[in-house]
Design a protein around this ligand. Structure first.
Ligand SMILES: *[C@@H]1O[C@H](CO)[C@@H](O)[C@H](O)[C@H]1NC(C)=O
Ligand SMILES: *[C@@H]1O[C@H](CO)[C@@H](O)[C@H](O)[C@H]1NC(C)=O
Ligand SMILES: [Ca+2]
Length: 373
């Protein structure tokens, strides 16, 4: 079973003695906040903010929803591509082109069906909003896809993030195929850096080595569900490990993050995996969790509203049913706080005013706006 938040994982960890109690001491920077429910969705996954403060929310069955927080109303964006809904797959992330205000282009990631099962894909399209509510995508163009498909519907990931240089980052999951995460002729289990048109970024570390290699920024990732920049422009990533071993990584050009060669967790059938410390050539995580938190999204908080959280990683957690706050000092990271919200938490984004928005996982998942009390 893949991170369904089952207590069996915890029990097995206890029995097998791999339980390392994560640091849960509360630091002094508690920040009371209130949670305002905006809308309710069927399996929401991700959030993106439009310049006019309306919000795009993806729903896993393939619906792209336009939310107006001012009226708490929602309408549908038509023209989304067919998605392979099943397992963990469906419609995943949504992001605006850096020049959205001029070109109205958005990007979506999703699982698509094909020979051999399903794989992740990223498409861009023009978004035309309708004055009477909702809107439509047109000119949908797939600009990237996983280099193979697989059955099982697991670990697509494919978070989307633009950088200050205008490049598009994709956190590519390994769709439960494991070894392709180490293969340079596969784009599974990689951090991918492209131009906004889908062409591989010229400055990538393996640019001279071939078509797939040229897309790759880093390798050895399992199920990388959250990526964000810190204020210094460093890229951080959270990924779900196997049984145990969820990771927070600082992403560096050309680095190998180890999956499935090393991990702080073990396979679901109980087989052990060597720890990162056995392979000095592999970049270890800055923080890891045994038992797991099942990280589903990440922001590095940059605003002023939650002033005591500035620079912290805020991770949405499925199995811990809330948020996990991690302090970052230099290039070290340490869990500071778990905030129980009573529901598995999925997508997370910070808006321009510093409010934090999250979506709850599963049926009747709410879009919540978090602001300090
Ligand atoms: C806008 O809404 C109207 C009324 O619902 C509909 O007829 C029209 O097709 C919509 N246009 C777009 C671009 O979605
Ligand atoms: C994509 O964008 C890059 C950078 O602007 C450019 O060099 C390249 O020619 C473009 N590729 C296509 C197919 O338009
Ligand atoms: Ca790792």
């Amino acid at each position: 079973m893949m991170h369904l938040g089952l207590s069996i994982t915890y029990a097995l960890a206890l029995v097998t003695g791999v339980l390392a109690v994560p640091s849960q001491q509360l630091d002094t920077r508690q920040q009371p906040f209130k949670s305002t429910a905006i809308t309710t969705h069927a399996e929401p996954w991700a959030i993106a903010f439009l310049p006019d403060k309306r919000v795009l929310v993806t729903e896993r069955r393939g619906n792209l929803i336009l939310v107006d927080p001012a009226t708490k109303s929602k309408s549908t964006i038509t023209g989304t591509p067919a998605v392979a809904y099943g397992g963990q797959g469906g419609l995943h992330d949504v992001a605006l082109h850096p020049n959205y205000a001029e070109n109205s282009i958005i990007y979506i990631s999703y699982a698509e069906s094909g020979s051999g099962g399903a794989g992740g894909a990223v498409a861009r399209a023009k978004l035309t909003l309708n004055t009477s509510g909702g809107g439509a995508l047109s000119g949908v163009e797939v600009i990237w896809r996983h280099s193979q498909k697989a059955s099982g519907g697991l670990q697509f990931a494919c978070r989307l993030l633009f950088g200050s240089d205008g490049a598009l980052w994709i956190s590519s999951g390994e769709i439960n195929q494991m070894t392709p995460a180490q293969s340079m002729t596969s784009n599974l289990g990689k951090m991918i850096k492209l131009y906004e048109n889908g062409t591989a970024f010229a400055g990538n570390p393996f640019a001279s080595q071939g078509a797939i290699q040229s897309q790759i920024w880093s390798l050895g990732h399992r199920n990388p569900l959250g990526i964000d920049w810190d204020a210094q422009g460093r890229l951080w990533e959270v990924e779900m490990g196997p049984m145990g071993g969820d990771e927070l990584n600082l992403i560096q050009s050309g680095a190998n993050y180890g999956w499935p060669v090393v991990s702080e967790g073990r396979h679901y059938d109980g087989r052990t995996i060597p720890a990162h410390s056995t392979r000095p050539d592999i970049t270890p995580p800055k923080a890891f969790w045994v038992p797991v938190i099942s990280p589903a999204g990440l922001i590095i908080y940059k605003g002023d509203l939650f002033s005591s959280w500035k620079g912290n990683a805020i991770i949405t957690s499925l199995s811990a049913q809330g948020l996990v706050r991690v302090t970052i000092t230099g290039d070290t990271a340490k869990e500071a706080q778990r905030i129980s919200m009573g529901r598995r938490m999925r997508g997370i984004r910070e808006d321009k005013d510093g409010a934090i928005w999250v979506v709850e996982d599963g049926a009747n998942g709410r879009l919540l706006q978090l602001t300090p009390n």
